[in-house]
Design a protein around this ligand. Structure first.
Ligand code: SME
Length: 137
């Protein structure tokens, strides 16, 4: 196994842990930027299968975070106009950018089937997760 695959395996384990331990985390994935193509690519995830492996910068919640460098908490996905629906059961979403050496290189994306479940505690916790992840990249 090469280095990239072992990192992906570790990211997958983190997704699995988060989904298993936090009941309102129903889909957990990591997207990373491909700066050349100005798009995000899904590296690994746990949850329902998704068609959105590639997301252009600016599109959807994920694409917006790729350019804003800011957390995006969506209590009600139906109230968002720039939103890419994955599953009709998803009610809410949180996307936290992942910084390496101060640069936004990707993000953790979590979907929930619970309406409005995410608080500042989730933001602080997921910022911490991303900081730890940055160390293994
Ligand atoms: N809902 C996201 C698309 C990715 S799926 O949640 C896996 C968005 O609007 O960017």
């Amino acid at each position: 196994k090469n280095e990239d695959q072992s990192v992906t395996d570790r990211l997958h384990t983190i997704c699995q842990l988060l989904k298993d331990k936090i009941d309102y985390y129903d889909w957990v994935g990591f997207y990373f930027k491909n700066e050349d193509k100005e798009e995000l690519k899904l590296r690994t995830y746990v949850g329902a299968e998704t068609d959105h492996v590639i997301i252009p910068f600016g599109k959807g919640i994920c694409g917006q975070v790729a350019v804003s460098n800011e957390n995006f908490v969506v209590p009600d996905v139906q109230a968002q106009d720039n939103y890419i629906a994955c599953s009709f059961t998803v009610k809410s979403e949180i996307v936290i950018p992942l910084f390496k050496n101060g640069e936004n290189i990707g993000q953790i994306d979590i979907d929930s089937e619970t309406p409005n479940p995410f608080t500042e505690k989730d933001e602080r916790f997921l910022e911490f997760v991303n900081q730890e992840v940055a160390k293994i990249l």
